[in-house]
Design a binder for this molecule. Structure first.
Ligand code: FAD
Length: 385
């Protein structure tokens, strides 16, 4: 069986490794000319780590991952700790430690695992077509690639999705902007092995460790869509937006490098259940575009990759049956994660201010039980449970 994968993000590369692992002849096409991921880092929750372990990357991801032993919530203005608790009950329950990982390093790890020299860079897909015997992708340079199946892992603005659904979709602005980057670990911002989150004013400022003594940080700022922003000015913007926040937040703003700080408007897409058209299927953000509020978009893409491997393994001679099994295994689970993230997003960012105020009150003195239960609920339910 031959597969063409369009998109060398974390979804496409995980799928490429997964299919190669079971002997599928895989070709990967990527529009960019080099490895330049957007965003600083992600938290790979235990379900995502289990997928990477399954792909043979256990040591590699552990080497890149930050160690998060505790979680805490901190009052935005006073800097008082509202609650702090161990991650160990979660690790014990799901059987795997989560790892925050720098994006560029995760991406390079996946590229090397697949074979970076085998990725066809600079190939922008402009159309995909399905036929009785094969599917064909056409690129902007006029060349084509043909295979028994095409996996569109072409991200949130997927062209493959448009083909599979028979037309374009409109994504939804979630109401906030996320600024993110990496800074050296500094205990004045948060403890070195803790995921620390400052909350207040319907905003959130968070730091968590990644390998190399760095914190991945992000700021969530509710604001209208399409506000002007000049790259390089994040420090000044955040200093103004968070002027009256706690000293740890001021330290973070002073430490960040404005030239490498990313600013992302957060959008998502209503779940949909048609993931396959003939020999063409979507995977990753192309199939389920979520807000990052539960840190599951990339993990879900990794789950897709493993589910696709299982489906092809179960139907080695029947592409249509394999893709149907893949979609059946994934659409409900992935859609549920999108909706869970949307719900979390609304509470965090003050869609209903009373609910957000109630959440702040709950955090005071919380022993972690409720929060960890929610995270375990996100983690469980994938192909490797
Ligand atoms: P992408 O990573 O977008 O990759 C798609 C690839 O396809 C790109 O390389 C692109 O260049 C290529 N491509 C697109 N169109 C074409 C074309 N026409 N031809 C050829 N190539 C094409 N997830 C988590 O699990 N944990 C987190 O903590 C987390 N935090 C996040 C924080 C933020 C601020 C955001 C925005 C997202 C976060 N996510 C997180 C989600 C995660 O980043 C995505 O779910 C993940 O990147 C999806 O991977 P993907 O491979 O499907 O898509």
């Amino acid at each position: 069986m031959k597969a063409v994968i369009v998109g060398a993000g974390m979804g496409g590369l995980s799928a490429a490794i997964a299919l190669k692992q079971i002997g599928v002849d895989v070709e990967v096409y990527e529009q960019v000319t080099e490895n330049k991921p957007v965003g600083a880092a992600i938290s790979v929750w235990s379900n995502g780590v289990k997928c990477l372990n399954h792909l043979g990357l256990e040591k590699e991801v552990a080497a890149l991952g930050g160690i998060v032993d505790t979680m805490s919530y901190v009052d935005a203005h006073t800097g008082d700790t509202l609650c702090r608790f161990s991650m160990q009950p979660l690790i014990d329950e799901v059987g795997q430690r989560p790892y925050p990982v720098a994006r560029a390093e995760l991406q390079l790890m996946l590229m090397n695992a697949y074979g970076i020299d085998d990725i066809h860079f600079g190939k922008k897909m402009v159309s995909v077509t399905d036929g009785p015997d094969h599917a064909t992708v056409e690129f902007a340079d006029g060349t084509t690639a043909t295979a028994d199946l095409v996996i569109g892992a072409d991200g949130a603005k997927s062209l493959t999705r448009e083909y599979v659904l028979g037309g374009p979709v409109t994504r939804r602005y979630a109401g906030y902007v996320n600024f993110n980057g990496l800074v050296p670990i500094d205990p004045a911002i948060g403890p070195a092995t803790e995921w620390t989150t400052y909350v207040g004013d319907h905003r959130r400022v968070s730091v968590m460790p990644v390998a190399g003594d760095r914190f991945y940080f992000f700021f969530d700022v509710p604001m209208p869509e399409g506000e002007p922003f000049e790259r390089g000015t994040a420090g000044a913007v955040l200093a103004e937006e968070f002027a009256d926040w706690a000293p740890g937040v001021q330290k973070l703003i002073a430490a960040l490098d404005p030239s490498t700080t990313n600013r992302v408007e957060i959008l998502d897409l209503d779940p949909f259940h048609t993931w396959v058209k003939g020999r063409v299927a979507v995977l990753g953000d192309a199939a389920h575009n979520t807000t990052p509020d539960i840190g599951q978009g990339g993990c879900s893409a990794m789950e897709d990759a493993v589910a696709l491997q299982f489906a092809v393994q179960d139907h080695p001679d029947d592409v249509h049956a394999a893709l149907a099994a893949y979609a059946a295994a994934r659409t409900e689970r992935a859609g549920e994660l999108v909706l869970r993230a949307r719900k979390r997003c609304d509470v965090t960012h003050g869609k209903d201010p009373e609910k957000t105020a109630a959440w702040y009150a709950e955090l005071q003195g919380e022993d972690g039980t409720n929060i960890l239960r929610g995270i375990v609920g996100n983690i469980l339910g994938g192909p490797l449970t």
